[in-house]
Design a protein around this ligand. Structure first.
Ligand code: 26Y
Length: 815
């Protein structure tokens, strides 16, 4: 028989129905008449998959025969979002599936809603990884995305008495049709123990690691389809399994808990995603997770992906491991261990190879977000890796001494090992030293990364540093999420913008076309109504049909300043209830928030509580005649984003300048025709440069101004005293009227703002309010607003993740 893949089912309604019923009968083991919605969803997912598998197998075979360099994307997070729609889009099966389900008496929309999205990430960094693998498949670039198959993803957020409560995300509980487990391809990963160094006959030192315990990594494969190009890449996520299920002797003696103790311990490694996103916790389990998935991935590539007799001296020709932040950086000493201890390479040769095989992306500017591991912990869990890190450091510091004779302070500053009461390994330094390139994720952040975070390194190796501005996939976030706008765009400029987003430029002339503007407005209105239907069904929220939709969705963090948004809302409410402005004279706004707080982040949770409290009070106050309303649907995730983003009029990107590395939500909103109110931060800077000052509402301190203010001794109280509106707003927020008369309930946040305000919300309040007044004025002229919105779409094609991928290819991977 033929060796190639068998043909997929026919690309027709009949072919689809037939394949679907087969999956239902033979896959789920049920008759259509007896099937549950979940049966139907699982069968549908497997049916759509059948159309992709041939392309996947062919892509795999093609990659194995060729000798192109493969991108090994190493990421602890992939925030994928739902798979069904994406697969339907990639296969152009949307309409066929719709009709096929109708013929079976089923509703495709209902089956879609059955899918629980794989929330294997926290926010921006994880979603970026998902966009990148989408783009690489669409560009037909060989890529394996490596990561962890967490049994529980990011927690599901609920509100109890206006406060956040977390529920485990058991996304696998109803079956997971998108994955292909390969238990037979298990990889053994070792931990703990000690090392032994011996000298061989030639007088060469050889170190062996004698570990204390181990676990198995089981790979689960997921398809990553390119957009209608037949190319399908692989995402390979690792799940931890105990080497021994239980101790039979202990079990027989009756101590059942003890019998499975070591199994539970091992399998905890891939149990749950850490929900912190910028406060690294020096938790042992987290380091276990990192080493676990990186060790599995390097082993998988070297032993199972490369040809049998591959000459590892040529490794850099076949692989580049891209380090998505510092989380996989332990891969650097791991590759050294493989080459030196297992494959017998000399240190220097192994080091030259290793450095060529890694590149590092830094996603932050917050010093507290840079990972460091206590030497004690790292040495206990990975003793051989610690030795290797020490040797890397010794050699590197010799290089520094040679380049800067007599500069002991510099040597101390640049050491991978931070001295102090608790010696610690600085993972960002290890990544910078052990990789061929270092990049930031937006122009401003890359500049600050060079100048402030890693200044000594960029002085030593200026050419190692580069910028690659983030991007988002236009497939999911425009074509799929906003079908009405997609159709309108395609009618105007043809369909190829989906894979060549700069073509959106062709829309510019339409901004001056009254007929087009009307259609554009109708799309926006329809998207709002779609969102409101969703929020009614999902959260029981009732929202007015006609109001400006003002949106702030992102992780809850003080630096992102949801508080500033809250102060704006309270100030408008104050205008109304004090009688300064009548409801009829105010530009009506609906504020939408979406935000999860890390479970241990106290202040973030206080902010959530106050947003909910303020929202409830405003929504219930009849005096304001519905001029303002606040919606905070719980559990913001990718699925909800796909409804929120296309509906927004105004995008809030209001971080303190110098704190948001890039942002990617900002790009999604602009591409969907929202106008941005934002600070000069992250990728906002580039958005504004592209759309033009007239189509962007800028406010706030610049990064150097914020630095200066801090250096001069920032005093939030001074702003409180000198600005009457700010005083009234904060007093109202602290008065207790939003918290059932209990002023103490708002005190933690209000006091923090008055006495500390680490992210300078009070300093930017006046400027923010003025910018919001400009927003109101602009919104009153709906033609001019729509014109700006169209120009935002037309001018932000740069933010396609396809472009980001080309930049990585040019500046990092094939440079
Ligand atoms: C160390 C651990 C606690 C940790 C886990 C997750 C640290 C950081 C993160 C996630 C960080 C993150 O999502 N950063 C965001 O990356 C986006 C993609 O580059 C940026 O757009 C965004 O500005 C940045 O905050």
């Amino acid at each position: 028989v033929a060796q190639g893949p068998v043909n997929p089912p026919a690309h027709t309604v009949d072919g689809f129905v037939e394949a679907f019923l087969r999956e239902l009968n033979f896959g789920q083991g049920v008759l259509l008449s007896r099937s549950t919605v979940n049966d139907q969803y699982l069968a549908l997912a497997r049916t759509v998959q059948q159309y992709l598998v041939a392309g996947w197998l062919e892509t795999g075979a093609r990659r194995r025969q060729g000798d192109r360099k493969i991108i090994g994307y190493l990421s602890a997070e992939y925030l994928l979002g739902r798979q069904l729609d994406n697969a339907l889009m990639a296969t152009t099966l949307g309409e066929i599936a719709e009709e096929a389900m109708t013929q079976c008496g089923l509703d495709l929309a209902r089956l879609r809603a059955q899918e629980i999205e794989p929330g294997l990430g926290n926010g921006g960094l994880g979603r970026l990884a998902a966009c990148f693998v989408d783009s690489l498949a669409t560009l037909d670039v060989p890529c394996i995305g490596y990561g962890i198959r967490y049994e529980y993803g990011i927690f599901r957020q609920t509100f109890v008495d206006d406060r956040q409560a977390e529920v485990p995300d058991s996304w696998l509980s109803l079956g997971s049709p998108w994955e292909f487990p390969h238990p037979e391809r298990q990889v053994r990963v070792a931990f703990g123990g000690r090392t032994e160094t011996t000298t061989d006959e030639q007088g060469r030192e050889r170190t062996t690691w004698i570990p204390a315990w181990d676990v198995l990594g089981i790979p689960y494969h997921y398809m990553v389809p390119g957009y209608r190009n037949g190319s399908v890449n692989t995402l390979r996520l690792w799940s931890a399994k105990a080497t021994q299920a239980f101790d039979l002797q202990i079990f027989n003696s009756g101590d059942y808990a003890e019998a499975v103790r070591s199994q539970t311990f091992a399998e905890n490694i891939s149990k749950v995603l850490y929900p912190e996103d910028s406060t690294p916790q020096g938790k042992e389990l987290r380091l276990q997770q990192q080493y676990f998935f990186v060790a599995c991935s390097l082993h998988d590539f070297i032993e199972n992906t490369l040809p049998r007799d591959f000459d590892l001296r040529r490794l850099p020709e076949r692989i580049i491991f891209q380090l998505n932040d510092t989380h996989p950086v332990i891969g650097i000493p791991e590759l050294m261990r493989i080459l030196v201890d297992l494959k017998g390479f000399e240190w220097d040769e192994a080091w030259d190879i290793t450095r060529e095989c890694f590149a590092y992306t830094c996603h932050t500017l917050l010093p507290e977000a840079l990972e460091v591991w206590p030497v004690e912990l790292l040495g206990r869990l990975l003793p051989r890796h610690l030795e290797i890190i020490y040797r890397i450091n010794d050699n590197f510091l010799d290089e520094v001494r040679e380049a800067y004779p007599g500069d002991a302070d510099r040597v101390r500053r640049m050491s991978i090992i931070a001295e102090g009461p608790q010696r610690a390994v600085r993972m960002a330094y290890l990544a910078t030293i052990g990789g061929s390139r270092v990049n930031g994720v937006a122009e401003l952040q890359s500049q600050l990364l060079r100048e402030k975070v890693l200044p000594d390194f960029s002085e030593l190796w200026p050419d190692k540093f580069t910028n690659i501005t983030n991007g988002v996939t236009p497939r999911r976030f425009l074509h799929q999420a906003n079908p009405l706008l997609s159709t309108l765009i395609t009618e105007a400029i043809g369909p190829s913008w989906v894979t060549d987003l700069e073509q959106l430029r062709g829309l510019e002339p339409y901004a001056d076309d009254a007929g087009f503007r009307e259609q554009f407005q109708a799309v926006k209105q329809a998207n709002k109504e779609r969102l409101y239907r969703e929020l009614r069904a999902r959260d029981g929220l009732e929202l007015p049909r006609h109001a400006m939709l003002d949106v702030m969705v992102k992780r809850l963090h003080e630096y992102k300043r949801q508080t500033l948004k809250l102060l704006h809302i309270v100030s408008l409410y104050d205008d109304l209830i004090s009688g300064d402005v009548s409801p009829a004279d105010m530009v009506s706004r609906t504020f939408v928030f979406g935000a999860k707080a890390a479970p241990g982040y106290y202040m973030a949770k206080e902010i959530i509580y106050l947003i909910n409290s303020v929202g409830r009070t405003i929504n219930e106050d009849k005096r304001i005649e519905g001029a303002l309303s606040v919606a905070f649907p719980a559990n913001y995730n990718v699925t909800l984003a796909e409804k929120v983003v296309p509906a927004a009029d105004l995008s809030e990107q209001i971080s303190l300048a110098g704190k948001e590395a890039s942002g990617t939500g900002n790009m999604k909103f602009a591409l969907n025709g929202a106008l941005t109110i934002g600070t000069d931060d992250g990728a906002n800077v580039e958005i504004r440069a592209l759309v033009g000052d007239d189509n962007f509402f800028l406010f706030g301190l610049t990064e150097p101004e914020a630095e200066q203010l801090r250096a001069d001794g920032y005093d939030p109280k001074a702003f409180y005293r000198s600005d009457e509106k700010l005083r009234r707003t904060l007093d109202l927020l602290g008065s207790g009227i939003f918290t059932g008369g209990d002023a103490s309930a708002s005190a933690p946040l209000v006091q923090n703002l008055l006495h500390d305000d680490p992210f300078m919300a009070l300093a930017d309040f006046r400027s923010y309010l003025d910018a919001q007044t400009r927003v109101d004025e602009a919104y009153r002229d709906s033609d001019a607003w729509t014109r700006s919105a169209i120009l935002n779409v037309a001018r932000t094609g740069f933010f396609s993740s396809d472009r980001s991928m080309r930049d990585y290819l040019d500046r990092v991977w094939l440079a």
